[in-house]
Design a protein around this ligand. Sequence first.
Ligand code: ACO
Length: 435
Amino acid sequence: AKNVGILAMEIYFPPTCIQQEALEAHDGASKGKYTIGLGQECMAFCTEVEDVVSMSLTAVTSLLEKYGIDWKQIGRLEVGSETVIDKSKSIKTFLMQVFEACGNTDIEGVDSTNACYGGTAALFNCVNWVESSSWDGRYGLVVCTDSAVYAEGPARPTGGAAAIAMLVGPDAPIAFESRLRGSHMSHAYDFYKPNLASEYPVVDGKLSQTCYLMALDSCYKQFSDKFEKLEGKPFSISEAAYFVFHSPYNKLVQKSFARLHYNDFLRDASSVDDATREKLVPFAALSGDESYQSRDLEKATQRVAKHSYDAKVQPSTLIPKQVGNMYTASLYAAFASLLHNKHSSLTGKRVIMFSYGSGLTATMFSFQLREGQHPFSLSNIATFPPEKFVKTMKLMEHRYGAKDFVTSKDASLLSAGTYYLTEVDHMYRRFYAKK
Ligand code: ACO
C-alpha cells in the first residue's frame, strides 16, 4: 500500500466549558496567569452524562456516517487513552457495540496506554498494519479519547476533554513519511496515576515541563539525523511548513518551538540567520542541564522564534487553546486546527508532529500533505465548526468510580446524534443512549 495515512478525521468535545478568565478569578490566581501565563482561553469538561466512552462513540459514528463508510469495512480499531474506566476491559470493546449491531466483529486492535502518547501508538499500529503483509484491505480506525482533570491547585487550569476518530488507509491526503520517525523513551515520574480511587494524577509540573523539552531535543536530533541520511541534505526548521505539538497548555508549545531554534543553532550555526546567531551565541557553551534551567535562554529563543511561530505553529493552536489539554487527542486536535485554518494551501507541504506522553514516551514524525480524492480530501476533513461547541459555562462535580446510579439524563446541551451515559448498574456496567 502506498501513501498510507489519515483519510478522514472527526473531533468531538463536550459543550460544557469554563472560560479561563473566570477560573482565574475563582481560584484567586493573579489576573492573566491562565490566559497569558499558560496561554489558554477556555477548558472543556465532561458532566455526569458524558465520558470517554460516550465521546468516542459519538466521534466514531459521526465519522463513519459523514463519509458514508460501510461498518464492515473497518478491519482494525485501535484506541489511545489514559482515562481509566474498567482497567482490564478496553475502551475498544465498548465501541464494538456499534460494530456488532452491523454484523462486524472481525476487528483487530485494543487500547494503548501511556499518558498522552497512547493515541500516537494507536495510530502507528494502524499505519503499520496497512503497510504490512497481514493487512486485509480494509480501513484502520484510530480513536483518541480522554478526560483530563486535575486536583485543585496550579495544574487545575490545564485540563480538557475530547475524542478524535481517524480513518487510516492507503492513498491518503495526510500521508506518513514512515521512515522519518525519531523517538525518545525513558523512565520518569513526572506524571502518573498511582491512586486508583481517584481520577486525578500525581503531577510534578516543573519536572514534566523539563522532561517534555528533553524528549523534544532528543526526538528532534533523531529525526534530523534520519532526514539527513535519507535525503542527503541538512535538516532545519525551514524543511517543514508547519510544526504541531502535543499541547498541555499553549505556553509550553511556544517554548518548544523556540527551543527548536536553539537546536538548529547548536547543530549548525550557519543554518540560522545572522540576527538569531547573534542572540544565541552567549548560550552556545551551556551544558544540557543549564540550558533547561536558563530563563535568559528561554526568553532569547522565544524572541528569535516569534515571527516563525506565527507562521508555522500558531495555525495549529486554535482547538487546544479553546478546549484545553485533551491528553491523547491533544496533538491531533492541534493538527485538526491546522487543517481547519490552512486546508486550501497545504498540498505538497510537510508537517512535523511531536507527540509526548509523561512517564515518558515521545516521537517526532512527519506527514506529506496531498489533496486526496473525494471524499477523502483535505477540504472535506476541514469542514467542522469548532467554535460551535465552545459556549456554555458551568462547573459540575464528577462521579468517579461510583456504581448503582442513573444519570440525570439531562442531555439538553448535547446536539442530536451525541451518545451519553444513562446508567451505571450495581455491577459497574455502563449503559449509553444516543440523543
Ligand atoms: N500574568 C501573566 N503571566 C503570568 C501571570 C500573570 N498574572 N502569573 C504567572 N504568569 C506566568 C509565569 O511567569 C509562567 O510563565 P513562564 O513559564 O513563561 O515564566 C506561567 O504563567 C505559569 O506560571 P507558574 O508560576 O510557572 O505556574 P505554576 O507553577 O503555578 O503552574 C504548571 C504551571 C506547572 C504548568 C501547572 O499548571 C501544571 O503542573 N500543569 C500540569 C502538568 C503538565 O501539563 N505537564 C506538561 C506535560 S505532561 C502532560 O501533558 C500531562
